[in-house]
Design a protein around this ligand. Structure first.
Ligand SMILES: [Cu+2]
Length: 161
C-alpha cells in the first residue's frame, strides 16, 4: 500500500526536536580540575582538590562519595593566628555563575585508604552530591608523591627499632 502522507509527517517529526533545542536549557553546575595528592604514607589520608562552577542557578555541594577509597570527608584548613587547624565542613554554597575552589591551603577532601587499582590506573571517580539532588561523576587524576617533584633521597626502612 502507498502512503503518500508519510514523507511530510517524518519531516515534521525530525524538525520538532530541533525547535525545542533552540530554546536553550539553563547552564548546569559542573566540576572540573579534580586531582588527588596521594599521601606518601598509606596510613595517612590523601588530599583531593577540584573547582565547582555554579550554573545559572546557585547550588550547594553536600558531600562526596567514591567507590575507590574507604572514607571521604570535606575539610577546611583555617589559619587562626598562625595556627593552622582543619575543620570538617558539611555543605558548601556555590553562587550562580560563581566558582568555589578546593585547593591546597584551603578547602580540601581527605581520602582514607585509596584503592590500589585506582592508584595504578592513576585516576579515581568521585561522586559529588549536589543541593538539587543531582550527582556529578568526575574523574580525579591521582598524583603520586614521587611525581610531585625531585624525590629527596631519604633512607627507608632504617627507623631504628
Ligand atoms: Cu583535612
Amino acid at each position: 500500500m502507498e502512503h503518500p502522507m508519510r514523507a511530510p509527517l517524518i519531516l515534521f517529526a525530525l524538525a520538532a526536536p530541533m525547535l525545542l533545542g533552540a530554546c536553550g536549557d539553563p547552564a548546569p553546575s559542573y566540576i572540573d580540575q579534580a586531582w588527588v595528592q596521594l599521601s606518601p604514607n598509606k596510613d595517612r589520608p590523601s588530599a583531593g582538590y577540584f573547582v565547582i562552577h555554579g550554573g545559572d542557578a546557585g547550588t550547594q555541594l553536600r558531600g562526596v562519595l567514591t567507590d575507590y577509597a574507604l572514607k571521604v570527608a570535606m575539610h577546611e584548613s583555617i589559619d587562626k593566628d598562625g595556627m593552622v587547624t582543619m575543620e570538617a565542613i558539611d555543605t558548601v554554597d556555590v553562587p550562580a555563575k560563581g566558582q568555589v575552589a578546593f585547593a591546597p591551603g584551603g578547602k580540601h577532601l581527605m581520602l582514607w585508604g585509596i584503592n590500589d587499582t585506582a592508584i595504578s590506573r592513576g585516576k579515581m571517580q568521585l561522586t559529588f552530591l549536589m543541593g538539587n539532588g543531582d550527582r556529578l561523576l568526575v574523574d580525579a587524576v591521582i598524583r603520586k608523591p614521587e611525581a610531585a617533584g625531585a624525590a629527596s633521597p631519604k633512607p627507608e626502612g632504617h627507623e631504628g627499632h
